[in-house]
Design a protein around this ligand. Sequence first.
Ligand code: HEM
Length: 137
Amino acid sequence: MAPTQETPQYGVKDASFQAAGQEPGVRKLVDAFYDEMEVLPEAKLIRDMHPEDLEESRDKLARFLCGWLGGPKLFQAKYGKIRIPLAHRHLAIGLSERDAWLLCMEHALQKQDFNPLFKKYLLEQLFVPAEGSRNQE
Ligand code: HEM
């Protein structure tokens, strides 16, 4: 079936980047994600791993996700090459940390004006790098 506006082929070319509202949409999602991390009690353990000032963390995740969603490789352009498991090697990430990260993302996604199918797709896809960041039981 040919892709239509009703059935976007997330994951093909930049369909996911477009569905997220391009860079402004991704930045808004990431801002909501870190806002959740500041307030959700379940996320305290991962909030405490981050620097007090989250500005660079926000910029890094937003830039990374733009490329990961099939858009421009903005992370590489500013910070250089990245591999997610290596980028987290110095952090103790187990199941609770992984699930806290995904919970922040789930809450942040609920607040976005995205297609519900895209929200579900994105959360499922993000499980992969989240699990890839895990280095403990
Ligand atoms: C599984 C749970 C995760 C935890 C607990 C976690 C935590 C962290 C922490 C504490 C940092 C350092 C922040 C800073 O120095 O500003 C970081 C960096 C980063 N994380 Fe995660 N993260 C997780 C999953 C992910 C996932 C799934 C992605 C991507 C989809 C991601 C993308 C990044 C990026 C792009 C950076 C910047 C790396 C760099 O400084 O070069 N993280 N993460």
